[in-house]
Design a protein around this ligand. Structure first.
Ligand SMILES: Nc1ncnc2c1ncn2[C@@H]1O[C@H](COP(=O)(O)OP(=O)(O)O)[C@@H](O)[C@H]1O
Ligand SMILES: O=P(O)(O)OC[C@H](O)CO
Length: 494
C-alpha cells in the first residue's frame, strides 16, 4: 500500500491524517496546544508547540495506522494562514513567539499606512486590505520590537515565514526556506498579479527582501524530511494555506464554485478562474491555487468568529460542556424571542473590517437564557455568511451556481447548516469527507507524486453527505436579515 501524509497545522490544534492512494482517510491524530494572550487583542503561539504537535501527531498517526514510513510516498502541508514567525537562519531559533492571524497589535500601523494614502496601492497589488490580520505589519512589528532584530535582519541573519514555511524549515532540517503562492498571497508583501515579492510594498513596510522565502507552486518539490524524523526521508510535495487547501479538497475547480469552512472562524472562497477580480465590496482577492505556474484566483470573505462563538458559550459563559449541546438548546429556544448576537469579539472581518469594534447582544428579555443565547450564536454564523455572499454576488455577478459547499468542525451541526440554508435562500452541500483541508493538501502532494488524477478526475470523486435546502419563507428571511443588518450597524456605532 502507498500512503500520503497530510499535516494540518490549525489555530487551536495540529492534525495529521494518513490517506491511502485513493485519498480515503486511514488514520488521524490530533493535538491541541496553548493559546497565549499577553495583552488584550494580542494572540501568540509558542513555535515549539507548533513544531512538537506537528512532529508528534505525524509520528503518532504512522504508529496508529501500524504502517512503515517507507510506504508514505509524499507529505502535504496545510496551515493556519498569516500567522508570522521570524527565526535565526543559523540556529533555527525563533526570535519571538508566532504572532497569530487574530492578533490586533498592528492596528495603529495599519491606520497610519491608511492615513498615508497607501491602502489603494496595497489592495491593487496584493488583493488585501490594510488590516492587522495579514503578516506584513506583524513582521515589521517583530523587527521593530525584538531587541537587535532589525540589525540582524539587515545582516541577512533572519528568515521570515508563515507556518508552512516554518514547518518546511523544521522538517527539512533548515535545508529549504520556501512557501507556496497561496500562503505568500496573505502577507501584504506579494504581488498576486506578477507572482513576485513586491519591492515597493516591502519598502513601505520596511521589511528587507533577504528575510523572504522562495515562492513555489502548490504541488511542487519542497525538499525531503530529515531522515531521523520518520526513519527515512519523505518528500514534501504539496503546500497550501488551509482555506485554499479546503477549496481544493472541496473540488471547487470551476469558476463560480464556492466553499465555506466553519472552524474557529469562517472563510468563504469563490473560484474566479484565471481572472484576478478586484473586489469593490470589501472582500479579498486571493490566490486559490497555483499549479504548473498557472494561477487560479478567488474572492474571499473572512469572518473571525464562527465556531469560536460556540467555544465562548462553553468556556466563557459555561452554558454548555460540548459544542454539540448547542443543537438541542437552539431547538428548545423560545420562538417568540428574537435575540441577536453580533460576535465581534476580535473586531469584525469582511465586509466591515472594523478591528476596533466589539461584540453585542440585542433583544434580551427577562426570559432570555442559555437556549436563546445558543440559538443566537448559531444564527450569527448564518447571517455573517450571508453578508459575505451578498458581497460576492455584488462583485462577481450572478455566475455562481448558487450552491455553497461547507466543511469544518461546525459544519457537522445540522441545525446551523439548515439555518444557513434558510437565511441564504440557497442550497448548502456537506460532503462525506469534512476534513477537506487535509484532503486538499494530500491531493496536492499526491498530484505531484503522480498518484492522483488531474483536477477533473479528482472532482468526480467528491461525494455528497447531505444537501440542506431552504425551508424558510422569504418574508421571514428578509426580516431576519434586515434585523441582523441593524444589529451590526448599532454594534459598529458603539
Ligand atoms: N456540533 C457542533 N456544533 C457547533 N459547533 C461545533 C460543533 N462541532 C464543532 N464545532 C465548532 O467547530 C470548531 C472546530 O472546528 P475545526 O474545523 O476543528 O476548527 P479549527 O481548525 O479552526 O481549530 C470549534 O470552534 C467548535 O466550537
Ligand atoms: O486554523 P483555522 O482553521 O481557524 O484557519 C485560520 C485561517 O487560515 C486564518 O486565515
Amino acid at each position: 500500500m502507498t500512503y500520503i501524509l497530510a499535516i494540518d497545522q490549525g489555530t487551536t490544534s495540529s492534525r495529521a491524517i494518513l490517506f491511502d492512494a485513493a485519498l480515503r482517510p486511514v488514520a488521524t491524530a490530533q493535538e491541541e496546544f496553548p493559546q497565549h494572550y499577553p495583552c488584550p487583542g494580542w494572540v501568540e503561539h509558542d513555535p515549539a508547540d507548533l513544531w512538537s504537535t506537528v512532529a508528534g501527531t505525524a509520528r503518532g498517526v504512522i504508529e496508529k495506522a501500524g504502517i512503515d514510513a517507507r510506504s508514505i510516498a509524499a507529505i502535504g502541508i496545510t496551515n493556519q494562514r498569516e500567522t508570522t514567525l521570524v527565526w535565526d537562519r543559523k540556529t533555527g531559533e525563533p526570535i519571538h513567539n508566532a504572532i497569530v492571524w487574530q492578533d490586533r497589535r498592528t492596528a495603529d500601523t495599519c491606520g497610519r499606512l491608511r492615513e498615508d494614502g497607501l491602502e489603494a496601492l496595497f489592495t491593487a497589488r496584493t488583493g488585501l486590505l490594510l488590516d492587522p490580520y495579514f503578516s506584513g505589519t506583524k513582521v515589521a512589528w517583530l523587527l521593530d520590537n525584538v531587541e537587535g532584530a532589525r540589525a540582524r535582519a539587515e545582516r541577512g541573519e533572519l528568515a521570515f515565514g508563515t507556518v508552512d514555511t516554518f514547518l518546511i524549515w523544521k522538517l527539512t532540517g533548515g535545508a529549504v526556506h520556501a512557501t507556496d503562492a497561496t500562503n505568500a498571497a496573505r502577507t501584504l508583501l506579494f504581488n498576486i498579479a506578477t507572482n513576485e515579492w513586491d519591492t515597493d510594498l516591502c519598502a513601505a513596510l520596511d521589511v528587507p527582501l533577504s528575510l523572504l522565502p522562495e515562492v513555489r507552486d502548490c504541488a511542487a518539490e519542497f525538499g525531503t524530511t530529515r531522515p531521523d524524523l520518520f526513519g527515512r526521508p519523505i518528500p514534501i510535495l504539496g503546500v497550501a494555506g488551509d482555506q485554499q487547501a479546503a477549496t481544493v479538497g472541496q473540488a471547487c475547480f470551476t469558476p463560480g464554485m464556492m466553499k465555506s469552512t466553519y472552524g474557529t472562524g469562517c472563510f468563504a472562497l469563490l473560484n474566479t478562474g484565471t481572472d484576478l477580480v478586484p473586489s469593490t465590496h470589501r472582500l479579498l482577492t486571493t490566490i486559490a491555487y497555483r499549479l504548473e505556474g498557472k494561477t487560479t484566483y478567488a474572492l474571499e470573505g473572512s469572518i473571525f468568529i464562527a465556531g469560536a462563538v460556540v467555544q465562548w458559550l462553553r468556556d466563557g459563559l459555561k452554558i454548555i460542556r460540548e459544542a454539540k449541546e448547542t443543537q438541542p438548546l437552539a431547538e428548545a429556544a423560545d420562538p417568540a424571542q428574537d435575540v441577536v448576537l453580533v460576535p465581534a469579539f476580535t473586531g469584525l472581518g469582511a465586509p466591515y473590517w472594523r478591528p476596533d469594534c466589539r461584540g453585542a447582544i440585542f433583544g434580551l428579555t427577562r426570559n432570555s437564557g442559555p437556549a436563546e443565547l445558543a440559538r443566537a450564536a448559531l444564527q450569527s454564523v448564518g447571517y455573517q455568511t450571508r453578508d459575505l455572499l451578498e458581497a460576492m454576488r455584488a462583485d462577481w455577478g450572478a455566475a455562481s451556481d448558487g450552491v455553497l459547499r461547507v466543511d469544518g468542525g461546525m459544519a457537522t451541526s445540522d441545525w446551523t447548516m439548515q439555518y444557513l440554508s434558510d437565511i441564504l435562500g440557497a442550497p448548502v452541500d456537506r460532503p462525506k469527507v469534512t476534513e477537506t483541508t487535509a484532503l486538499g493538501a494530500a491531493y496536492l502532494a499526491g498530484l505531484r507524486a503522480g498518484l492522483c488524477p488531474d483536477p477533473a478526475g479528482f472532482a468526480a470523486t467528491w461525494a455528497l453527505d447531505r444537501r440542506f435546502t431552504p425551508a424558510m419563507d422569504s418574508a421571514t428571511r428578509d426580516a431576519r436579515y434586515a434585523r441582523w443588518g441593524r444589529a451590526v450597524a448599532a454594534t459598529m456605532s458603539m
